[in-house]
Design a protein around this ligand. Sequence first.
Ligand code: GUN
Ligand code: FE
Length: 410
Amino acid sequence: MSVFAVKGDICYSTSPAKIEALNDGYVIVEAGRISGVTRNPPNISVHDYTGHIVIPGMTDLHTHAPQYPFRGLGMGMELLEWLDTLIFPEEGRYSDTSYAEQVYSSFAEAMRKSPTTRAVIFGTIHAHAANILSAKMESSGLVSYVGKVSMNRNAPDYLTEANPLEAVESWLSDTASYTSTKPILTPRFTPSCTDELMRGLGELRKKYDLPVQSHLSENVSEVQWVKELCPDSRSYADTYDRYGLLEAPSIMAHCVHLTDEEAGLLKERGTFIAHCPQSNMNLSSGIAPVRRYMNMGMNIGLATDVAGGMYISMFRAVADAVGVSKLRSVLAEKEEPLTFEEAFYLATMGGGKFFGLAGSFMPGYEADILVLSATDSRHSNLRERLEREICLAGDDVELSAKYAAGRKLF
Ligand code: GUN
Ligand code: FE
């Protein structure tokens, strides 16, 4: 059984309100899990990062690997135009496995170096390319879910599947060989999926006991379109719920414009909300009422939503979650903005909960550990150093070391 300690200036959430901060401490890892944090030098092998900040790994609850080359483009468009003009033609290219191989190699390498230790990822409709993505993620050392996307309407012919359910079952049979990379059912969003497809995916969910990911209530024109497409549904959320697709474990990205009834339904089902602040800015979607969702005790984490979001780094998502919540507190309802503590919690423990016990250094949590490279100690208060390092980070975060589920990636 592998036992070691990581030494440094340790910060981790124990609740949304509280970041524990301990200078010159040791995180003890036994068989892939945290057994404790201590001030006393332990009598085991020590990975010594004295002077460096040591924090839990981050969970990116929602991102699109095939959109990685499109980050930072199409900034003048809203969601639906952006999908039609840029994203669908780009995703069509993944029928070419050598293109998939090339992009997914660089995506997986960027994820390996990033602050993300766990991720839930969209591929495209192409099963072969989704398998390439799973293989790359498995080699990256991260823990992840990868979904072959399902779509059978309102898309160009090259992204409209004739037999989408058979395609999912055949893809599933090829995913069994991975240990850290699991399959997840991935209806793109209601406008891309007929009722028969949603019903079939609901049946596959039960048959294979699989999680589900999709998009919900992201953008005003999308919400309006879903009303027109599904006049007999109670709500956008109901277009998934009537086929069992909100039942935990399920992730719905965005949830910017949910009604109270829809939010109540997600709470009842235990659905995870993936809050994607940067994407919501870029695609003129709005500002999700995260304060309200947290007060309701909903399952919620943060996400990059590449390429709606242009940064792959979850540090940016933390800073943006605080930023957009301040705008919301002024522009919309008088909701208290998020604190840095709360945004850090969402990026670590909040999203980590989708994977079980991940995103903290409390005993029993999986050992996902980041060692930041900066050793600047002019800001002697550790909590302030942490905030500064995260908020000033660009997309190429420099880490000195990274561990996922107790395994050292570098
Ligand atoms: N809704 C449906 N597809 C997409 C997508 O690729 N990105 C985002 N942000 N929203 C979507
Ligand atoms: Fe998305």
